[in-house]
Ligand binder design. Structure first.
Ligand code: ADP
Ligand code: MG
Length: 140
């Protein structure tokens, strides 16, 4: 299992590396870690390296799910979930199950712990934590 400790600048390279290694239709990735661990920052780095519009990518804490259209035809759409405040009822009402395991899309999930028994079997987990103010450890 790789693990790295990176600065904010190095997050960009890490996002690029992760995008190259794993980003393809059907990929499901969960990003675990406390508030400020860098989950949104890493997701932004991954998507930015592929040319997804930076300005659209903000933390969806209050909207649970943001859908990003791909910048090129050969890239899948991205579903960016932030499940911090999610309840079982909202999960079903918002129709998340249809997005979550869409084989034609990519799902990037903050707070995947909230899925409990709904966690997709094939989800890849990235564990993140603060190491001092400006460094973050990422293990996957
Ligand atoms: P989360 O989504 O896990 O709550 P965010 O990515 O929204 O975390 O916030 C991380 C915060 O920490 C940002 O304000 C960012 O500028 C700061 N930060 C400082 N150093 C790093 C680093 N090495 N990697 C990621 N974020 C960092
Ligand atoms: Mg976040």
């Amino acid at each position: 299992m790789p693990a790295v400790t990176v600065s904010l600048e190095e997050m960009l390279q890490l996002g690029d590396r992760i995008a190259q290694d794993y980003f393809r239709a059907g990929w499901i990735a969960g990003f675990q870690g406390s508030l400020g661990a860098g989950k949104t920052t890493l997701i932004r780095s991954i998507l930015g390296s592929l040319g997804f519009s930076q300005t659209l990518i903000t933390s969806p804490t209050f909207s649970y799910l943001h859908v990003y259209d791909p910048p090129r035809e050969d890239l899948p759409p991205v579903y960016h979930f932030d499940l911090y405040r999610m309840t079982e009822v909202s999960f079903l009402q918002l129709g998340f199950p249809e997005y979550l395991e869409d084989p034609k899309g990519v799902s990037l999930i903050e707070w995947p712990e909230r899925l409990q028994e709904r966690t997709p079997e094939k989800m890849q987990t990235f564990e993140m934590r603060m190491v001092g103010e400006d460094r973050r450890r990422v293990a996957w």
